[in-house]
Design a protein around this ligand. Structure first.
Ligand SMILES: Cc1cc2nc3c(=O)[nH]c(=O)nc-3n(C[C@H](O)[C@H](O)[C@H](O)COP(=O)(O)OP(=O)(O)OC[C@H]3O[C@@H](n4cnc5c(N)ncnc54)[C@H](O)[C@@H]3O)c2cc1C
Ligand SMILES: NC(=O)c1ccc[n+]([C@@H]2O[C@H](COP(=O)([O-])OP(=O)(O)OC[C@H]3O[C@@H](n4cnc5c(N)ncnc54)[C@H](O)[C@@H]3O)[C@@H](O)[C@H]2O)c1
Length: 450
């Protein structure tokens, strides 16, 4: 006989959003079970944001050190991956989630380890255990790396982000398949530690979700740093022999010690069993309304909702779902000012719509653009980058800020998009001199010409 446990809420998947929602609901006095098949905290702290940004921080320190030459004297930099690997091991507690699990149970929640399958409208089964939720289920299963069906690939020891962040040394050479956020961030981080890196992108450009100017900039900087970028690549075959990968694409053969596959993410809704809750198991995402409701007594949050695979989206949605479950008021989800940052150097911050997305929506679009080099701070820093604004009427609907601390510069424009600050008002603001964000004023002047 299966063991049946009744609670208020069952949270399936304890990624950033799930962990946050489960903890907050437990703190509010609800009887909550969190179900986790892997590590409490999900991809972000163990295999995603945090480890990758620690690698990038270390690589950036090397690059900044090398900039001493020509700016401030002579620096000889000897890169070593050892401190990076040690810091990563420490940050992840050697990929152990005890602290996160204790944090959750300390809030009054109960943790059930194992893979949860939805087995009824408000029911989840984990192994032999049936969990019934009076108020409902919160689904936060996240995503897994996509592994494209390329001949030979499955039989090789290729990396996804999960193996890449666990490496104890930077490989001598690295092929990166996919020039999206993961591909470009990790490509540059490893290259700065001396790996000879080639990025193979299937599409026409890198970071295709962002403005084409961002792709041009990253490609140019990568080539300056010795990272080869090959776009329009269709990989036909992968082989691994004598410690080396050979990747065949369009008549060329690329060779390297390591092969990182970073070609997007997927979620398996059939395995999760969402059909039992009345949801489409063949879909790529779980559609949700503004309160994160997917069906009666079912909320979904995080990557699985398809609203942006970012930790801040997962956490934002968790807050909304928690409010709805607790019967509290609050505004519905609004992704108009969705911010994102690609942590390359130069860093690419972006908010809202790209120019192409705004045009696709039929908006009457104007754009403003300025290279960072024409600003005083950009010139002082010899910085690569730009600011691009996308406006419709007297409202900014999107912006991209590429350059040193591009993600931080973006925050000013995120406030403008979120708060619908009129362009005419932004134009008459005082921008501190000489800052990177002062280039916003120049981009606004360019917008005014359009
Ligand atoms: C290399 C990399 C770098 C990234 N960098 C950034 C960044 O800088 N900034 C940013 O905002 N985002 C970044 N992301 C994205 C970010 O990691 C995700 O958006 C974030 O983790 C939110 O995902 P989630 O809440 O949907 O769940 P996830 O983090 O994917 O967690 C889902 C959890 O659910 C568990 N699970 C799944 N199914 C079940 C089941 N049926 N039963 C029990 N448990 C289950 C999984 O084991 C997992 O622990 C990065 C991702 C990667 C891979
Ligand atoms: N800084 C950040 O916030 C950050 C960093 C990393 C990841 N993430 C999140 O994680 C998600 C997943 O990242 P990702 O980089 O894996 O996915 P992605 O969808 O951003 O990029 C995947 C890239 O791989 C290419 N591709 C797909 N199949 C291919 C093939 N067979 N051959 C060659 N190229 C192929 C695509 O054209 C695309 O450019 C991102 O979309 C983002 O939401 C965020």
């Amino acid at each position: 006989m299966a063991e049946v446990t009744e609670v208020d809420v069952v949270v399936v998947g304890m990624g950033p959003g799930g962990e946050d929602a489960a903890g907050r609901l437990a703190e509010a006095g609800l009887d909550v079970i969190g179900v986790e098949a892997g590590l409490v905290g999900g991809e972000c702290p163990y295999y995603g944001c945090i480890p990758s940004k620690m690698m990038i921080r270390a690589g950036d320190a090397l690059a900044e050190g090398r900039r001493v030459n020509g700016l401030a004297g002579k620096a000889e930099i000897r890169a070593s991956w050892d401190p990076v690997a040690a810091r990563l091991r420490k940050a992840t507690a050697d990929w152990d989630d005890k602290a996160a699990a204790d944090r959750f149970t300390g809030k009054g929640g109960r943790l059930v380890r194992g893979f949860g399958r939805v087995s009824g409208p408000r029911e989840v089964t984990v192994g032999e255990r049936v969990l019934r939720a009076r108020r409902g289920l919160v689904l936060n299963p996240g995503t897994e790396p996509v592994v494209p069906p390329i001949e030979g690939l499955e039989d090789t020891p290729f990396w996804t982000n999960r193996e890449a962040v666990k490496t104890t040394r930077a490989p001598e050479s690295l092929l990166v398949l996919g020039g999206g956020a993961i591909g470009v961030e990790l490509a540059q981080a490893f290259a700065r530690f001396g790996s000879r890196v080639t990025v193979l992108e299937g599409g026409e450009r890198l970071v295709s979700r962002e403005e084409p100017e961002a792709a041009e900039l990253i490609t140019k900087v990568f080539e300056q740093e010795g990272i080869a970028v090959r776009t329009g690549q269709k990989v036909e075959r992968v082989r691994y022999a004598d410690g080396r990968f050979t990747v065949e694409a369009g008549g060329n053969a690329f060779e390297a010690e390591r092969f990182l596959v970073a070609t997007g993410r997927k979620t398996d809704l059939a395995r999760l069993g969402v059909g039992k809750a009345g949801l489409d198991e063949s879909a790529r995402a779980i559609p949700v309304d503004g309160r994160m409701r997917a069906a009666d007594g079912v909320w979904a949050i995080g990557d699985v909702t398809g609203k942006g695979a970012f930790t801040h989206v997962s956490m934002y949605q968790a807050g909304i779902a928690v409010r709805d479950i607790l019967g509290e008021d609050g505004p519905p989800a609004d992704y108009r000012a969705l911010p994102r940052v690609t942590f390359t150097d130069p860093e690419v911050g972006a908010v809202g719509l790209t120019e192409a997305q705004a045009r696709d929506k039929g908006l009457d679009v104007r754009t403003g653009y300025t290279p960072l080099s024409s600003s005083s701070r950009g010139w002082i820093h010899e910085a690569e980058g730009f600011i691009k604004l996308v406006a419709a009427g007297d409202e900014l609907v999107g912006a991209t800020t590429a350059g040193p601390a591009g993600g931080e510069v973006m925050s000013a424009l995120a406030v403008a998009v979120h708060g619908r600050v009129p362009v005419s008002s932004l134009t008459h603001m005082i921008y501190a001199y000489p800052t990177f964000h002062r280039a916003i004023e120049t981009a606004l002047a360019d917008l005014g010409k359009g």
